[in-house]
Design a protein around this ligand. Sequence first.
Ligand code: FES
Ligand SMILES: [Fe+2]
Length: 416
Amino acid sequence: MNEITKIEQALSSDANAKASIGSLLDKQRKNYGLQPEFYLSDHIYRLDIEKVLMPHWQCVNHVSAIPNAGDYIVFDYDRESVIVVRDADNEIRSFANVCRHRGSRICETSGHARGGMLICPYHAWSYGLDGSLAHARMMPRDFDKQGFGLKPLPTKVVQGLIFVSLSDTPLAFDDCEENINATLGIYGWANAKVAYQSSVVFSANWKLALENQVECYHCAPSHPEFSVVHGQSTATEKKLIAEMNAKAAAQGIRVETRDHWALAALDGQEQAYSNRYPMTANACTASKDGSPLAPLMGKFQSYDNGMAVCYIGPMNHCLSYGDYGAIFRYTPKSLFETELAVIWLVRGDAVEGKDYDRDELTWMWRVTAGADKKIVEDNQRGVSSRFYTPGPYALPIEEKTVRFTEWYMSSLANAL
Ligand code: FES
Ligand SMILES: [Fe+2]
C-alpha cells in the first residue's frame, strides 16, 4: 500500500484524521516544501475547502462587469455556485445558485435577468432580483412563497471590487477594506471598468498555484517578458524604489505598505497585504517595452515608474500600474484543477480602440499566466511522483511561499 492510499484510509475516519494530519505536520521541516499528501489527497482537499478556505472572502469581479440592473455574474467555487446580481436599486447582492424547489442550478453562465427575474430552468420557479420567490407554477393555493427565497450570501463592495463569502461566519473585513482604499483607491479602481477578462484552468492543486503566485524566484527563468519591465529583484531595485517614491511624492501620492497576509494569528481578520514595486528604468507600465498603454488612473498625473500589489485573502491578488489594473482570482475546482481568472481594468471613461488597444493592454499578463500554467502543471506532475521529497525554499526570495505554507498548515491543524 503506498503512502497516499494509507493516508486516504486513515483520513476516512474522523477519529483518525487529527492524528494522521498531525503525523504529516510532524514530518514537515521548517522552510521546506509540503509533504506530497497535501497535494494529492482527496480527503485533505475536502478539508482545505470546508475548513481552511470557507471563512475567507473571494473577489468575484468589478462592479463594472454588471453595469445594469438585472445583470448578473455566475461565480463557481469548488462545488458551490453563486449568483451576484445588480438589483433594481443598484445594490450588489449575492445568492446561492440553488433553487429552493428541488435544488437545481438556476443560472449557468453570467447574463441578464430578463423582466427582472431569475428563472429556474427546471420547473420555472422565478425569483426577483432581491432573491424573493415571485412565482411558483401550479403550487397549492396555500403555498407560502415567503419562506422560499434564495439563500443570501455575505457581500461587500470596496473600490468597485465585489467580494463574496460562502461562509455564514466570514472573517472580519475592515482591515482589508482600509487596505484596499489606501492602495487601489489611489489608483482610482472605484471608477475603473473591466476592459477584458479571461480564465485558464491549471491542472494542479490550488496550493501549488498559490505557492507560485507569491514568489518571484521563478520570474527570471520563466517570465523573460515580465523581467524586461519589472525592476523587482534587480541589482538596482533600491535605487529604482527611491526614484519611484520621489515621482509619486511629487504628485502628493503615497501608498503605504501593509503586511497582514498569510500570518497564523490575525484575530479573525481577513488577510491583507500591499506593497509597491519599481518598474525598470524608463518603463512606465507592464507592456512589451514599458510604453504607456491607457489613460492614467486615479490620482496619477504622470507615471511614477512603479506599481502596487494588493493581496486580499489567500486567493485574490490585485496589481495596479499607473494606467491599468489586473485582478488575479484563483478558485479551486477540484483536487487537481485550479482556475486563474485575470480581469483587466482601465479608467472608466477609456474607450477601446481609441484610448487603448485590448491586445496590447492584455499581452503581458496573458503571456505570463500561460507560462505560469505550464510551470505549475509541471510542478504538479513532479510532486505526484513517488520520487518527490520536499526540498528547501530559497530565502528570502521565497519568503511569502513559506509564509503561505505555514499559514495553510496552521489553519488546517486549528480546524481539526
Ligand atoms: S428545481 Fe427549480 S423549479 Fe424545480
Ligand atoms: Fe509566474
